[in-house]
Design a protein around this ligand. Structure first.
Ligand code: SF4
Ligand code: SF4
Ligand code: SF4
Ligand code: FES
Length: 346
């Protein structure tokens, strides 16, 4: 273990921990923009600078390894002035479109601008302007709101292994780009949206569906496959308007295209909402009690006439473990057969 002092607090952290990670482990806040806890650090934005005794200049805490005996101060008037300057420079080249931006209320840049009282009028000058929008079906890429933090590039490379995007050009013309600036044509996992700290990346299908503050968050499990990723349905007026996943879940907040974007069927008016029983050729809507009694009567009749092993049950890999457990329990204990299988046997 390494022992160091942050803001007069002596703390111990494991080897190979950065100063930022050490602070986070002990609940000490340091503002960040380009850093994401699950991606490699690049030290690009300079918001996380701290003072370290014996080093004559501020150091980026996200790229500085913690060392035995290190003494760190996370906030001094000089450090705060520098952080404010960084924000002023970033926001001087930003649309400041918070009134209509989909990210309002869920934007790290907006939060920091508020905390530091930065309006973006300090350094008037040329602004980047990108009239062309991407023609892909899922992801809105508004590069004027991009702060070039690189999180999207890293998640696409380090987590998804796709490398669909990278930094293009140099200097003021730098931008996140696909090869030859073609429309994004990738796995559309949406991980880049999940890690973007601004409104530069958003899902097309949730545009104008609701402000962050109006949304109720409902934790649930993705219905698509047996992996069973934890998801959070963002619900407004009883309608799911987007799907996210929390970083602390077993799938670490990562989702695939189906889990993140394939949720509209839930809101479809064509979904079955009541059980149906076929009477001759017509289906008739019945109550759940009637449907269960009907199915139980049919199963009992088959078991009486042909024995329990004349019945088999097929469950689904799209059910949760708990649902599949209950299903096999029902087949074995209630029906009396081991004839249980599922639709995903390969
Ligand atoms: S990205 Fe953030 S700071 Fe920029 S306009 Fe949208 S909400 Fe405002
Ligand atoms: S949607 Fe996924 S694959 Fe496509 S650019 Fe974003 S992270 Fe990469
Ligand atoms: S699009 Fe978002 S995540 Fe990617 S570099 Fe720009 S601000 Fe960062
Ligand atoms: S968070 Fe450390 S430099 Fe951006």
């Amino acid at each position: 273990m390494i022992r160091l002092t942050i803001n007069d607090r002596e703390i111990s952290v494991p080897e190979n921990t950065t100063v930022l990670e050490a602070a986070r482990m002990h609940g000490i806040g340091i503002p960040t923009l380009c850093n994401h806890p699950k991606l490699t650090a690049s030290g690009g934005c300079r918001m996380c600078i701290v003072e370290i005794t014996g080093i004559p200049r501020p150091m980026t805490s996200c790229t500085t390894p913690a060392a035995d005996g290190m003494v760190v101060i996370t906030s001094t008037p000089e450090i705060e002035e520098l952080r404010k300057l960084v924000l002023e420079l970033i926001i001087s080249d930003h649309p400041n479109d918070c009134m209509t931006c989909e990210a309002t209320g869920d934007c790290d840049l907006q939060e920091l601008a508020y905390a530091y009282g930065v309006q973006g009028v300090e350094y008037a000058g040329e602004k980047r302007f990108y009239p062309e929008r991407d023609g892909n079906p899922f992801i809105e890429r508004d590069l004027a709101k991009c702060i070039l933090c690189g999180r999207c590039v890293k998640v696409c490379n380090e987590v998804q292994g796709v490398d669909a995007i990278d930094f293009g050009y140099r200097g003021f013309k730098s931008k996140i780009s696909t090869s030859y600036e073609e429309d994004l044509d990738c796995e559309f996992c949406g991980q880049c949206i999940a890690v973007c700290p601004t409104g530069a990346l958003r899902g097309k299908q949730w545009a104008r569906k609701g402000r962050y503050r109006d949304i109720e968050q409902v934790d649930t499990i993705c219905p698509y496959c047996g992996t069973g990723c934890n998801i959070t349905a963002q619900v407004k007026q009883n309608e799911i308007i987007r799907i996210t996943s929390k970083p602390g879940t077993w799938n670490e907040g990562w989702l695939c295209v189906k889990g993140r974007f394939g949720y509209q069927f839930v809101n479809s008016p064509e979904r079955l909402t009541k059980p149906l029983i076929r009477r001759d050729v017509q289906f008739e809507a019945v109550t759940w009690d009637e449907a269960v009694a009907y199915a139980a009567g049919k199963l009992q009749a088959i078991r009486k006439k042909h024995g329990a092993d004349a019945i088999g049950g097929l469950s689904s890999a799209r059910c949760t473990n708990e649902e599949n457990y209950l299903f096999q329990k029902f087949m074995r204990a209630a029906v009396g057969t081991n004839n249980v299988d599922h639709c995903a046997r390969l």
